[in-house]
Design a protein around this ligand. Structure first.
Ligand code: C5P
Length: 288
């Protein structure tokens, strides 16, 4: 058997509307999600029993036991494996880190053992896991289980995280209104980055206001992005604290990422073109 390498890209909520709440407390969402060319990397190799080793620039504090969603995901599909996680995305940061790792582990285990991934199992791991399984632009509804693929133009972005973990339940708890308008039933045809950005400016992230209350440094992140030349939209992803700035021109995004990185060396800053990361995310057999 061979080892499998799987990319776990960051998920970005370009818009996130909270439109209701279920009896069990979970919130009903209407969200437009894309994936970034930055992410974690997992290698899933044959092993005795199931093990996880975590390394990489964001590995500090990340559990290597069943507290790690990637290991729980691998255990769900059964079989032995030695999982190595190269952690590059900050944890509890609104860009899916743990969910992306879990989805990548499911894909890698399925490739290694020839097993199939069950959508309900993915959802039980976390509401964001099903969307991360595809790593393609998607409209997400329900609590995260209803996925409708969308065609979106690629758009240049800068991602900024102030390195303060934010608790998702705390942000949902601080949310004032749980019955906000959804996105339009039919999304307009979006064919270029300026058109996409103009549409998104009419949309919202309903978790931004409560997250700013829970973690006020998010205000500084958004201000830093808004001040960048060519940045036409700055918004938070998920429940934060990562925010993204969108740019019509990639060169402006690259320059902005460099400027923010220089001004705030303690922050996590990444740049790239958002869109479809499935080419990269698909498992690759990497060793003989
Ligand atoms: O599903 P996951 O474990 O990622 O969700 C973490 C927490 O976020 C949940 O316990 C819940 O408080 C909140 N959540 C929610 N509605 C969603 C997704 C998450 O209220 N659709």
């Amino acid at each position: 058997m061979r080892a499998t390498e799987v990319f776990a890209p960051a998920k970005i909520n370009l818009a996130l509307h909270v439109i209701g709440q279920r009896a069990d407390g979970y919130h009903l969402l209407d969200s437009l999600v894309v994936f970034a060319p930055v992410g974690d990397r997992l290698v899933i190799a044959p092993g005795r029993g199931l093990s996880l080793h975590v390394h990489g620039p964001e590995a500090a504090g990340v559990p290597a036991d069943m507290g790690n969603l990637a290991l729980r995901a691998a255990a769900l599909l059964g079989g032995d494996a030695a999982v190595t996680l190269d952690k590059r995305l900050p944890s509890s940061s609104g860009i899916g880190g743990g969910s992306a790792d879990a989805a990548a582990a499911l894909r890698g285990m399925a490739a290694l053992h020839g097993t199939r991934i069950n959508d309900m199992q993915a959802l039980a791991l976390g509401a964001d896991v099903p969307m991360c399984l595809g790593s393609r632009p998607v409209r997400v509804r329900g609590i995260g289980e209803r996925l409708d693929p969308v065609t979106l133009p690629p758009v240049a972005a800068v991602l900024v995280n102030p390195r303060r973990p934010v608790s998702t339940p705390a942000v949902f708890k601080a949310l004032q209104s749980r019955d906000n308008p959804s996105m339009p039933d039919r999304l307009p045809s979006l064919t270029d980055a300026p058109g996409l950005i103009a549409f998104l400016r009419e949309m919202r992230n309903d978790l931004e206001a409560p997250a700013r209350q829970v973690e006020p440094v998010i205000n500084l992140v958004l201000t830093a992005l808004e001040a960048q030349r060519g940045c036409t939209l700055a918004r938070m992803s998920g429940s934060g604290a990562t925010c993204f700035g969108l740019f019509a021109h990639e060169a402006d995004a690259q320059a902005a990422a460099q400027r923010i990185g220089r001004a705030k060396p303690d922050w996590w800053v990444a740049g790239g073109v958002l869109g479809d990361q499935m080419q990269q995310a698909a498992p690759r057999l990497s060793q003989g």
